[in-house]
Write a protein that binds this ligand. Structure first.
Ligand SMILES: NC(=O)c1ccc[n+]([C@@H]2O[C@H](COP(=O)([O-])OP(=O)(O)OC[C@H]3O[C@@H](n4cnc5c(N)ncnc54)[C@H](O)[C@@H]3O)[C@@H](O)[C@H]2O)c1
Length: 664
């Protein structure tokens, strides 16, 4: 924090890098600065701004869930003090102003901003609403519709747009502090009256009709998420209720959401994702290896998507295949993907060409000599992986990171094909690799710490959410999925239909039920694995319904039928009497009398199957934290954010119900 005076203007600079978060200490100092300036007869006006790379990112997340968060002076107290100041207060925003970092300026008498400042009230993303007057003051500043949009979506809006809407008196090019001081001097010279947003009225030609329309739209779009409607009700109060009454409604909504399971889950997910980026025994200052040039081996489903991630991040990629036609096919798919993004208007044709120009196709390992990071995405067969890694060991430069995208094979074994197992790591992307956020970083027993630190950084650079997994069959996500699917099938054996299981899980919030997922991904993959397991261990529990459907060629969407049937060219699942007959036959052969199974039981058994195998994964040290497992399911498996992930859900579930299904 620093205070300076320029002429008769006091300048308070929030200085709490990196984001100028408003911790309790910061709030205390800002208030002291304001009091000092108001007591000083040589000061006429007060400018508030932020040092470095932000005005302020808002509340200090380290204080979340601690008494420091609400300790006086609270953010609300601070805002009231700036609002009540007898001398004009001017907030000078730049770079970033989020959450409390916007609510405080809304309490100031005047606001100016640097062009390009990113402004948002993102509380909704944590299942909350802006709780320090934002829902009352923002509509008074910029109008009902733009304010409601910002608050309900949590979207970031540029200062240029907000200046037009009346949030800022001026956009200041160049030195923001000097510009704000000049503005403050003008205010004093012109004896401009102090204005307070709380005294303004929200004008709208037809507020009631607009709000009703908004209620319908927001309600339909936010089922399972109570925050958007609470935001709406608070903003609605700004239109027809006195300011203090609006503040009371905002407060009530905020406390209600804060205590609710949805926000608790979303805050958990937020913190879990940040925690997942850390590896306990790899210090933050571990030196990184230089990664500028990337190579990908295999231009199939995964290799093409993986290559796109790096091209999108501006990194050149060499793509290697064994045959020209496979290479051509891979390149054509990459181009087609980019073209569809261009068609949707999310990429310019020039940028597409620039990205494609950074892609170097090759059939020769000689072209991999310069690569700093090489990712293998060839067929899932140990023999093929072996030949690729032996070759890489010969050609890759010393210190190059050698990664495998294998889903099921032993990364330690793959590393053993080289004389540099310390440089080998698993980078398990999810399909489609250019879209899915999750990246499981598989740490082999020999993987060097600087390799781990480097690939975690690279993951961030290509905008993935990284979670570290130890080596085991299926790593974190797919290993748990096996138990989840097995439970779903068992429910069908006992009496549920695939449709009922899918419907119950989708109602719970899963993006897609387990049988629809199976049909989408292809049921033949699991069948191949089961056949291997049955042969290896005759005691393996069989899945006769699933096996029989595969024997009938019902692999899923790709064969037009699986757990459902599909009309040609369509993806809508249609229940199929043939499947019902198979289920019926198997039940009879197993001697099972089908029983009626409730949706609650379906959800509990499926989710607890995930949590139980998650617990095992923790016990074995495959995952470092329960939160890491939640992040895997939230970002890679369509688990609903408002449930916080399978581990969080199980932890907060009714202990009696939990103990019924989660037997030790
Ligand atoms: N498909 C998925 O959903 C998925 C998800 C995660 C991980 N994976 C893993 O990714 C890897 C690739 O899977 P995929 O689905 O992209 O397979 P794919 O069959 O679509 O592509 C594999 C590509 O590798 C090429 N290839 C084979 N041997 C080669 C060699 N020796 N040198 C160079 N190229 C070679 C093939 O020509 C083919 O284009 C596998 O290890 C798989 O387990 C797949």
């Amino acid at each position: 924090m620093s205070h300076e005076t320029r002429g008769r203007v006091a300048v308070i600079v929030i200085d709490n890098p990196p984001m100028n978060a408003m911790s309790h200490a910061v709030r205390t100092e800002i208030l002291a600065g304001l009091d000092r300036a108001n007591a000083d007869p040589n000061i006429d006006a007060i400018v508030l701004t932020g040092a470095g790379k932000a005005f302020s990112g808002g509340a200090d997340i380290k204080e979340f869930n601690t008494p420091a968060m609400m300790a006086e002076p609270s953010l609300r107290t601070l805002i009231l003090a700036f609002e009540a100041s007898p001398k004009p207060t001017i907030a000078a925003l730049h770079t970033i102003a989020m959450g409390g970092g916007l609510e405080l300026p809304l309490g100031c008498h005047f606001r100016v901003a640097a062009p390009g400042t990113q402004v948002a009230l993102p509380e909704m993303k944590l299942g909350l609403l802006p709780g320090a007057g934002g829902t009352q003051r923002l509509p008074r500043a910029i109008g009902l519709e733009p304010a409601l949009n910002m608050i309900v979506t949590g979207a970031t809006v540029k200062s240029e747009v907000l200046a037009k809407q009346g949030l800022f008196e001026e956009l200041i090019e160049g030195d923001i502090i000097q510009g704000a001081v000049d503005f403050a001097n003008k205010v004093v010279e012109q004896k401009r009256p102090i204005t307070r947003l709380r005294d303004r009225k929200v004008e709208h030609p037809n507020a009631e009709a607009f709000l009703q329309f908004a209620r319908n739209t927001v309600g339909a779009m936010s089922k399972n998420y109570p925050a958007p409607l609470k935001c709406l009700e608070a903003v609605a109060a700004s239109v027809d209720k006195p300011f203090e009454e609006g503040i009371r409604i905002e407060r009530e909504g905020f406390l209600h959401l804060l205590a609710g399971p949805e926000s608790r889950a979303m805050r958990h997910a937020f913190f879990a994702e940040r925690a997942a980026a850390r590896i306990d025994d790899v210090p933050a200052d571990t030196p990184r290896r230089k990664v500028e040039k990337v190579a990908v081996i295999g231009a199939g489903t995964m290799g093409g998507g993986i290559a796109m991630n790096f091209l999108n991040a501006g990194m050149p990629v060499t793509l290697l295949e064994t045959k020209q036609e496979a290479l051509d096919r891979g390149l054509a798919t990459i181009r087609k993907n980019y073209e569809s993004t261009v068609k949707k208007g999310r990429l310019t044709a020039d940028k597409m060409e620039a990205r494609l120009a950074m892609l170097k196709p090759t059939l020769s390992y000689d072209d991999l000599k310069e690569a700093d990071l090489i990712i293998e995405a060839v067929f899932e067969e140990m023999g093929v992986k072996e030949s690729v890694f032996r070759k890489l060991d010969e050609v890759a430069k010393p210190g190059a990171i050698l990664a495998t995208n294998t889903s099921t094979l032993d990364v330690d074994k793959i590393a053993s094909f080289t004389k540099r197992p310390q440089d080998v790591v698993g980078l398990h992307f999810f399909s489609p690799a250019n879209v899915m956020k999750l990246l499981e970083v598989v740490r082999g027993k020999a993987t060097a710490k600087d390799v781990m630190a480097t690939v975690m950084d690279i993951g961030k650079k290509i905008k993935k959410t990284c979670v570290v997994s130890g080596v085991c069959d299926g790593f974190i996500g797919n290993r748990m999925l096996k138990y989840y699917k097995a439970q779903a099938i068992q429910l069908v054996e006992e009496g549920a239909s695939p449709q009922q299981v899918d419907r119950a899980m989708e109602k719970f919030g899963m993006a897609m039920g387990p049988f629809r997922v199976g049909d989408l991904a292809g049921n033949d993959i699991g069948w191949a694995i089961r056949k291997r397991l049955y042969a290896e261990d005759p005691k393996t529990r069989k899945q006769p319904i699933a096996d029989r459907l595969c024997e009938m060629g019902r692999y899923g969407q790709k064969t037009g039928m699986g757990w459902y049937r599909y009309e040609p060219g369509k993806r809508d699942p249609i229940p199929d009497p043939i499947v019902d007959k198979v289920i019926d036959d198997v039940r009879k052969e197993m001697g099972v009398t089908p029983r009626k199974i409730g949706d609650d039981e379906i959800v509990e058994r499926c989710v607890y199957a995930l949590a139980k195998s998650g617990q095992q994964i923790l016990d074995e040290g495959i995952a470092a934290r329960a939160g890491d497992i939640d992040v895997v399911y939230l970002t890679g498996y369509g688990f609903p954010p408002f449930r916080g992930g399978p581990m969080h859900y199980a932890e907060h579930a009714d202990p009696l119900r939990r103990s019924k299904w989660l037997k030790p």
